[in-house]
Design a protein around this ligand. Structure first.
Ligand code: SME
Length: 168
């Protein structure tokens, strides 16, 4: 594992709730009425990764044209640059518009159901990100180096936070 990346540490549901509450407060206080999508994305990446110790890779993939995602702001090892809709976890979420939680990435078909940008990724959550008009801006992707790091608490917290910040 690269020197600059720390292995994940899982949290209990109660610990998650407290960490998300602190992160949300910091994000909203930092952004205020900030209009820039780029500034919002880099702020969310940094503060969520600072507050949630199981966040190993965190970032955005943005819609490019009508069938592809392109890598956006992220923190972690080198992420794949382009992902077609329907391919991998991110592409599946872009196609379906529904959040997806993966308890064990090794249980998925490599290259089709899961794209392993980093071999240390063991569990994942991907959440669609929408603009105020409801259009899909992209997806928010989080990987953990541990299995089963993500659950309904993450889905609820991330859908609420991303909806609040991006207006979708
Ligand atoms: N695992 C994702 C690809 C993005 S890398 O994890 C950053 C997927 O299966 O779509």
């Amino acid at each position: 594992m690269p020197y600059f990346i720390k292995p994940s540490v899982n949290l209990s549901r109660e610990e998650k709730r407290a960490a998300y509450a602190a992160a949300r407060q910091a994000i909203l206080a930092t952004l205020g009425e900030e209009p820039s999508e780029m500034v919002k994305m880099v702020t969310i990446n940094s503060l969520l990764k600072s507050h949630l110790p199981y966040y190993y890779w965190v970032g955005f993939y943005l819609v490019r044209g009508d069938r592809q995602l392109v890598v956006g702001p992220y923190q972690g090892t080198l992420g794949c640059l382009y992902i077609d809709f329907g391919r991998g976890v991110c592409g599946a979420v872009a196609a379906s518009g529904e959040t997806k939680i993966v308890e064990d990435t090794h249980a998925l078909v490599p290259g089709k159901e899961h794209i392993a940008c980093d071999p240390n990724s063991r569990s994942e959550i991907v959440v669609p990100v929408r603009r105020p008009d409801g259009s899909l801006m992209g997806v928010f992707d989080v990987d953990s180096s541990l299995e089963s790091s993500f659950d309904a608490v993450d889905q609820e917290e991330l859908e609420a936070l991303l909806g609040e910040v991006f207006g979708g």
